[in-house]
Design a protein around this ligand. Structure first.
Ligand SMILES: Cc1ncc(C[n+]2csc(CCOP(=O)(O)OP(=O)(O)O)c2C)c(N)n1
Ligand SMILES: [Mg+2]
Length: 558
């Protein structure tokens, strides 16, 4: 048996363990050193393998699948800078708690640090962004299968642990890399068990929660959650508190505030109506207004099964527990409370703000970016997924999306990069979910390579792209006053998105009126394949419209 056969046999055992842990998809990029890895993954009939030229895109594609399925996804590559290209998606996976199993091929240790070609130091390459790093032994005929099973088991346990996150197994291979025996193919039974260390709520915490949540002037803030937090919603309704749910919270459903961000953005309203207690669950909310709400409360209670950021000043009471376990324990203790005057004023204001926003949006013929977000979120069919880009799209969605059932919203908000977006969306699509996306023009262009590579590969997704010729977000930030604003921040590109789509083999539609958006999206979804619906937008006018909406909300609330 040659070295290639030994390597393939050993890695196949490791892969088998990943499959037992629930892995169904793997992403592979071409390379020589990673041959045993690529073959071990591709020869599993129960693993769907996706091939990408660009490792950065491959990792984001895997991230999309893992976000959509909650299952571990493997990414495999050759040695050298290929492995370094995984970093951005690894960072996002780490901060957004997504199970990714990174498998990097390497030279054998004796060649490391000797100037050998395409050899870099891959030990702990991704640093503290990894939940686990394993430098595997060089496969040898006398290493028994248990060693490889144990590595696979550790990897999959760590990636699904609390909190889930990426793990890295570095795999050195001797030459020859190709096997002589081509018959290796295995199958195993899938059993995915996500670890949860969340025990019951401690009695002392329950007693303190009774006191802290006794106030009538309280609000709940729900950040990103892996599953719809039904008990947290029930607790909010029992307490009679207003609930602000981010679009990626899985909780932007009927019963929560319909115009929460507009209320938080109204200084006069917040001066009079700010809550005494804020119960924050899930990941830290991403908008500044929500963060201000949390930090402005007399008491902030943060409930999450993992607290990645320190709180050195001790400004909040932190409970490290699954928010659903916490809420379930408390629902019974409180029982339904009648709505008080203060909360009633919140709900009244919310209805007013929503009507004001809708009336203005509907009166404008041009496809204002906020309206695009609102209309898209409302029109997408049930059981579909909307993936939203960072920058203005996620903010616009948070501001404008009316609560609804049946829609899952995903976004790369762990680290809020604009990179890897197309790959993430196509990964979500590869998981089988009907997929729609909303992103800015720069976000699309940042990952144009993925569009060029993937659009013809049988996937189906509709991208809605407000094209304001650059980073429109900077027109809302203090940088807008700098003389270098355009050149260094907005970076207008003047590129023809239609031509890009043509080169990629993707469909392209351009609309100019707001009421054309949904028919265009529906036609593209029905046509299949990858489509970009481009929505031209003027940056200056967009800023004005934005201010106009908030001024109208402020006036209505006054
Ligand atoms: C990888 C990465 N690089 C840079 C940034 C900084 N950044 C945030 S928003 C943005 C502009 C995005 O422009 P676009 O996608 O067109 O959205 P718009 O601002 O127009 O809504 C940039 C460069 C980032 N978040 N991530
Ligand atoms: Mg833009």
């Amino acid at each position: 048996m040659g070295a290639g056969d030994v390597s393939l046999r050993c890695v196949s055992v490791l892969v088998d363990e990943l499959v037992r842990g629930g892995m169904q998809h793997a992403c592979v990029s071409p390379g020589s050193r990673s041959t045993p890895l690529a073959l071990a993954l591709a020869r599993r009939l129960d693993v769907e393998v996706h091939v990408h030229l660009d490792e950065r895109a491959s990792a984001f594609f895997a991230l999309g699948i893992a976000k959509a399925t909650g299952r571990p996804v493997a990414i495999a590559c050759t040695s050298g800078t290929a492995a370094a290209n995984f970093l951005p998606a690894v960072v996002e996976a780490s901060q957004a708690r997504v199970p990714l199993v990174v498998l990097t091929a390497d030279r054998p240790p004796r060649l490391r640090g000797t100037g050998a070609n395409q050899t870099i130091d891959q030990t702990d390459l991704y640093g503290r962004y990894m939940r686990l790093f394993v430098d595997a032994p060089v496969p040898a005929e006398n290493t028994d299968a248990a060693t490889w099973r144990e590595i696979g088991h550790r990897a999959v346990s760590a990636t699904l642990d609390t909190p889930p996150g990426p793990v890295h197994v570095n795999l050195p291979f001797e030459e020859s890399l190709t096997p002589e025996d081509v018959s290796i193919s295995t199958r195993s039974v899938v059993s995915m068990a996500r670890a949860t260390h969340s025990g019951p709520v401690r009695r002392a915490d329950l007693n303190r929660a009774d006191r802290e949540l006794a106030t009538e002037r309280g609000a709940i803030l729900i950040g990103s959650m892996p599953e719809p937090p039904m008990s947290v919603l029930a607790l909010g309704h029992h307490l009679g508190w207003p609930i602000l749910a981010e679009p990626i919270s899985r909780a932007r459903v009927p019963g929560v505030l319909t115009a929460g961000q507009a209320l938080l953005s109204s200084d006069a309203f917040m001066q009079a109506m700010s809550p005494d207690v804020v119960l924050q669950v899930g990941a830290t909310p991403t908008t500044r207004a929500s963060q201000r709400l949390a930090l402005g409360a007399r008491q902030l209670v943060v409930v999450d099964d993992h607290h990645p950021d320190p709180d050195p000043e001790g400004r909040s009471w932190r409970l490290e527990i699954d928010p659903e376990v916490f809420a379930t324990a408390l629902v019974d203790r409180f029982g339904p409370r009648p709505t008080n005057e203060w909360a009633e004023a919140w709900f009244l204001a919310d209805g007013l703000a929503r009507r004001t926003i809708d009336e203005l949006y509907d009166a404008w013929e041009e496809p204002y970016e906020g309206r695009v977000a609102r209309d898209l979120a409302a029109a997408i069919p049930d059981h579909a997924t909307l993936v939203v880009g960072s920058s203005m799209p996620i903010r616009d969605l948070d501001y404008a999306m009316a609560p609804r059932d049946g829609l899952r919203v995903l976004a790369n908000r762990g680290a809020s990069g604009i990179d890897g977006f197309v790959s993430t969306v196509l990964g979500v699509a590869a998981s089988g979910a009907p997929t729609y996306a909303l992103c800015g023009d720069l976000t699309l262009l940042h990952d144009a390579g993925s569009l060029l590579w993937s659009a013809r590969r049988g996937l189906k997704a509709v991208f809605v792209v407000p094209n304001n010729d650059g980073g429109g977000v900077f027109s809302f930030l203090p940088q807008r006053t700098l003389p270098e604003h355009e050149e260094l921040f907005t970076t207008p590109h003047g590129l023809d998105l239609g031509a890009l789509c043509e080169a990629a083999g993707a469909g392209h539609r351009r609309i100019t009126r707001a009421d054309e958006l949904i028919p265009a999206v529906e036609q593209c979804a029905a046509a299949g394949g990858v489509y970009v619906v481009e929505v031209p937008s003027d940056r200056e006018r967009n800023v004005d419209r934005h201010a106009e909406v908030q001024a109208a909300v402020d006036a209505a609330l006054a």
